[in-house]
Ligand binder design. Structure first.
Ligand code: ADP
Ligand code: MG
Length: 745
C-alpha cells in the first residue's frame, strides 16, 4: 500500500486520469499493448506508473520502465512520483545519458528513450522489466519511434517465453493512427483509452502583424501589457533557446523587480492585479468563446480578424474582455516598476533540476508568476496556474540535410499542432488567453503537424544502431516496423525505395569487427570511428577527451548575449576578454595550433580537470560547469568501454593529463580527418572570388553556399587552406564549428 500525504491525495483527486484508473488497469490487465491519450496535465506521466505499482506490476525482479524524449522530464517526473508515493529515490529513480540514481531496489525507473534503446542492445528481451511505458509518443522523437517498433517485436517474444511484458504508449494528442492502423507494427489493433481532461476555453489572439525578427522584444512588450492590465494568473512565454530565455528573464525582472520584502501586502494586492477588482470573475468565463483546440480549420470568431480595427484603446476596453493588447510597442515598458512585482523563472532543458522544480511552487504572495520557457513546457511539463500564454510561434530545431548529413540548428515556425498545444497550456485551471505573436494568415501557413524526426535523421545512425542490435535476425519487414515504419509512409516512394536498398545492402554484409567495436561506444558513428583508430602513439586518452567534448557540445559560455545593464555589459566584456586569453593558452603552440578548436577543447578540459573541475574555475574561465561534468562522466564511460575492448590498454581518466606531444598531435589530426573526412572544406581562392559573398569563405563538397569560420574560432584569423569541421550551424551565415586545419597532400 502506498502512503501518500493528504496534500498529495487532494492534488491527485483533481487529475482527470484518476477517474479512469479502473478503465486503464482493466485494459492493461487484459491486453499486452494499450494506448493512452490525454491532454497535457491530465496526469498520465505521474499517475499511470503509480496505478501499475499499486496493482502489483513492480517488484525487485521486474521494474516499471518509463521513457521520456527529454532529460528534463525524466529527472523531474521521477522526483515528483517519488514524492507523491512517499518512496525513496532508491525505489523511484531515473537514468539519463550521463547520470542517474538507479539502485538494485529500483522499481519505477524514468529514463530517456536513448537509455532504453541502449539497454535493448544489451538485453533484447528487456527481462528486467514487467512493464514499459513509452511517454510523449506524439512527439515522434527518433528513439521513441524506434523503440515502439522494437517493442512491437519484443512483446510477442516475451509472451512466447511465458514472461509477458506490458507495453503502454502514452500520447498527449489523439493522433495515434500511425501506431494503431499500422498492421505491420501491431497485428492486433491495441485499445485506445481516452482521458477526458477538463480543458477550459482559451481565447486565442493573433497579432495583426508578424514581427520580422524581434519576437523576443515583442514577447517582452506583450508580457508587460498583460502584467499591467490583466487580472491575476500566471504567464507562460514560449521562446526558442536558452540565451533568449535568460535575456527576456533579465529584462522582465528589471522592469518589474521583485525583492523578498517588496511584495504587496494583502491590502495592496489589488494594485498588483489592478483589474482583478474591476472584472467580476463570474463574468469572465462566460464571455470567452469556446474554441476547439484540436481544430483550427475555422479561426475563432472575433479573433485573428486582421482587418478589424483594434488599435484604439477605447475600443479594446469597450469590447469588454476582448483583451486585445495590440501589437504595438511603447517606450515606457522599459521603466522599472517595483509596485508590480513579477516572479520571473526560466525553464529549459539544461537548467539545473532544483531550478526547474521552482516552476511547480506557488509564486510568493503578491506577485505574479511568469515562466519563460523553451518548448519543454509544450507537453513535457505542466506548470500550474497558467492563465496567459505568449507564443512567439517559433522553435529551435536541429535539422539534418538528408543529402549532405550536415546538421544545423534553425529557428523555424512551429506546426499548428504545436501552436494548439501551447495555447492549451493557458486553460488548465480556468479559462485563459493565448497571445500569438504572429498573424492568423501566418498560422494558416504552418504545417499541420511536424514531421517525425526519424524521417529527417541521416540513416547512418539508424543503420549502425540496428546492426548493433543484431537486427540481421529480423527481416526487412521487421525492420520496417522497427525503425522505419513511418519513413515508409512519409518519404516519397522513390526515397523509400532507395532507403530500402541502402538498408538491405548494409544489412546483408555482416558487421565488420571495427563496426562491432564502434557500436559498443555510446557516441555517434564518426566519433566511434575516431576512437577505434586511436591506438597508435598512445592517443586514446586524447581522442576520448576530444570525442567527449564534441559529443557533449556547447562547452563555452555565451558572451554574445545582450546585457540589460551597463554593469552587466562590463562584466560580460571582462569575462570575454579573459576567455579569449585562455583560449589562446588552450590552443597550444606551434603545430598544436593546427588542431584548432579541437585543441582548445582538449586544453580546456585538461585545465578544468587539473583544477579539480570546480564551479569557480568554470565560471572564471568561461566554461559551462554542467558541460564539464558531463564530459568528465562521458570520459569515464568511454574509457571503460575502450578498456573492455582492448583489454591490454589499461586506460584510466587522468586528472593531470599532460598536453599531447607534437607527434601525438600529428596523429590526432589524422584521426580527426578520418572521423570528419566528409566534413572537409577548402578556402575559396582569390581567383574564384567572383562574388563578394565568397570573401573569406570556404567551399564544401556538399553545399552550394559558402561556409565560414566563426569569429570565435581560434582559426578565424588564420584561415587555413583546408579544414575539417564538426558541424555546420546556421545563424546569420553558415558557420563551421569545431574546426581543425588539414594539410594538403
Ligand atoms: P501529463 O503527463 O498527462 O501531461 P502530468 O502527470 O505530467 O500530466 O502532470 C499532472 C499534474 O502534476 C500537473 O497538474 C502538474 O502540474 C503536476 N506536477 C507535475 N510535476 C510536479 C511537481 N514536480 N510539483 C508539483 N506538481 C507537479
Ligand atoms: Mg506527461
Amino acid at each position: 500500500p502506498v502512503d501518500r500525504s493528504a496534500e498529495v491525495q487532494e492534488a491527485r483527486l483533481k487529475l482527470p486520469i484518476l477517474a479512469e484508473e479502473q478503465v486503464v488497469m482493466e485494459a492493461i490487465n487484459e491486453n499486452p499493448i494499450v494506448i493512452i491519450c490525454g491532454e497535457t496535465g491530465s496526469g498520465k506521466t505521474t499517475q499511470v506508473p503509480q496505478f501499475l505499482y499499486e496493482a502489483g506490476y513492480a517488484s525487485s525482479s521486474g521494474a516499471i520502465g518509463i521513457t521520456e524524449p527529454r532529460r528534463v522530464a525524466a529527472v523531474s517526473m521521477s522526483q515528483r512520483v517519488a514524492k507523491e508515493m512517499n518512496l525513496s529515490h532508491r525505489v523511484v529513480s531515473y537514468q539519463i545519458r550521463y547520470e542517474g540514481n538507479v539502485t538494485d531496489e529500483t522499481q519505477i525507473k524514468f529514463m530517456t528513450d536513448g537509455v532504453l534503446l541502449k539497454e535493448i542492445q544489451k538485453d533484447f528481451l528487456l527481462s528486467k522489466y514487467k512493464v514499459i511505458i513509452i511517454d510523449e509518443a506524439h512527439e515522434r522523437s527518433m528513439y521513441t519511434d524506434i523503440l515502439i517498433g522494437l517493442l512491437s517485436r519484443i512483446v510477442p517474444l516475451r509472451h512466447k517465453k511465458g514472461l509477458p511484458l506490458k507495453l503502454i504508449i502514452m500520447s498527449a494528442t489523439l493522433r495515434v493512427e500511425d501506431f494503431t492502423d499500422n498492421t505491420r507494427l501491431f497485428s492486433v489493433k491495441p485499445p485506445v483509452i481516452q482521458v477526458d481532461a477538463r480543458q477550459f476555453p482559451v481565447t486565442v489572439h493573433f497579432n495583426k502583424k508578424t514581427p520580422l525578427d524581434d519576437y523576443s522584444g515583442e514577447c517582452f512588450r506583450k508580457v508587460c501589457k498583460i502584467h499591467r492590465m490583466l487580472p491575476a494568473g500566471g504567464i507562460l512565454v514560449f521562446l526558442t533557446g536558452q540565451a533568449e530565455v535568460h535575456s527576456l528573464c533579465r529584462r522582465l525582472r528589471k522592469a518589474f523587480p521583485y525583492q523578498k520584502n517588496n511584495t504587496c501586502s494583502a491590502v495592496q494586492s489589488a494594485v498588483c492585479t489592478p483589474l482583478n477588482v474591476v472584472l467580476s470573475p463570474l463574468l469572465f468565463p462566460q464571455t470567452l468563446p469556446k474554441i476547439d483546440l484540436s481544430s483550427y480549420s475555422v479561426v475563432p470568431v472575433d479573433e485573428g480578424d486582421e482587418d478589424r480595427d483594434g488599435d484604439s484603446d477605447a475600443d479594446a476596453a469597450g469590447s469588454d474582455l476582448d483583451l486585445d493588447l495590440g501589437d504595438g510597442d511603447s517606450e515606457e515598458d522599459e521603466k522599472s516598476d517595483s509596485s508590480l512585482p513579477l516572479f520571473v523563472l526560466p525553464l529549459y532543458s539544461l537548467l539545473a533540476p532544483e531550478k526547474q522544480a521552482k516552476v511547480f511552487q506557488a509564486p510568493p504572495a503578491g506577485t505574479r508568476l511568469c515562466v519563460v520557457a523553451t518548448n519543454v513546457a509544450e507537453t513535457s511539463l505542466t506548470i500550474p496556474g497558467i492563465k496567459y500564454v505568449v507564443d512567439c510561434g517559433k522553435v529551435k530545431k536541429r535539422f539534418y540535410d538528408r543529402i549532405t548529413g550536415v546538421s544545423s540548428f534553425r529557428v523555424t515556425w512551429i506546426s499548428q499542432a504545436s501552436a494548439n498545444q501551447r495555447a492549451g497550456r493557458a486553460g488548465r485551471t480556468e479559462p485563459g488567453h493565448c497571445y500569438r505573436l504572429y498573424s492568423s494568415a501566418v498560422f494558416m501557413d504552418f504545417e499541420k503537424f511536424s514531421a517525425p524526426e526519424i524521417t529527417k535523421r541521416p540513416v547512418e545512425d539508424l543503420i549502425l544502431q540496428m546492426k548493433a542490435l543484431n537486427i540481421e535476425k529480423v527481416s526487412w519487414e521487421g525492420l520496417c516496423a522497427a525503425a522505419a515504419f513511418k519513413v515508409v509512409a512519409l518519404r516519397s516512394q522513390k526515397q523509400t525505395e532507395r532507403l530500402k536498398q541502402q538498408l538491405a545492402a548494409k544489412l546483408s554484409c555482416p558487421i565488420s569487427p571495427l563496426g562491432r567495436v564502434m557500436a559498443t561506444f555510446p557516441v555517434a558513428p564518426r566519433y566511434a570511428k575516431m576512437l577505434a583508430l586511436s591506438r597508435q602513439q598512445d592517443c586514446l586518452p586524447y581522442s576520448i577527451t576530444i570525442v567527449s567534448a564534441m559529443t557533449v557540445r556547447e562547452l563555452f559560455e555565451e558572451f554574445d548575449r545582450p546585457a540589460v545593464s551597463e554593469a552587466e555589459a562590463a562584466q560580460l566584456k571582462g569575462k570575454r576578454a579573459r576567455f579569449l586569453q585562455m583560449q589562446k593558452v588552450w590552443a597550444g603552440q606551434g603545430p598544436m595550433q593546427k588542431l584548432g578548436d579541437l585543441m582548445v577543447m582538449l586544453g580546456a578540459v585538461g585545465a578544468c580537470e587539473y583544477s579539480g573541475c570546480t564551479r569557480e574555475f568554470c565560471e572564471e574561465n568561461g566554461l559551462r560547469y554542467k558541460a564539464m561534468l558531463e564530459i568528465r562522466h562521458l570520459r569515464g564511460q568511454l574509457t571503460t568501454a575502450v578498456n573492455s575492448v582492448c583489454t591490454d590498454a589499461g586506460l584510466y581518466v587522468d586528472p593531470k593529463m599532460q598536453p599531447p606531444t607534437e607527434a601525438q598531435v600529428t596523429c590526432l589530426r589524422q584521426i580527426v580527418l578520418a572521423g570528419l573526412g566528409d566534413h572537409l572544406a577548402r578556402r575559396v581562392q582569390a581567383e574564384e572570388l567572383l562574388d563578394d559573398k565568397w570573401k573569406n569563405a570556404y567551399k564544401t563538397a556538399l553545399l552550394e553556399d559558402p561556409v565560414f569560420i566563426h569569429p570565435s574560432s581560434v582559426l578565424f584569423k588564420e584561415l587555413p587552406e583546408f579544414v575539417v569541421y564538426q558541424e555546420i550551424v546556421e545563424t546569420t551565415k553558415l558557420y563551421m564549428k569545431g574546426v581543425s586545419a588539414v594539410e594538403p597532400e
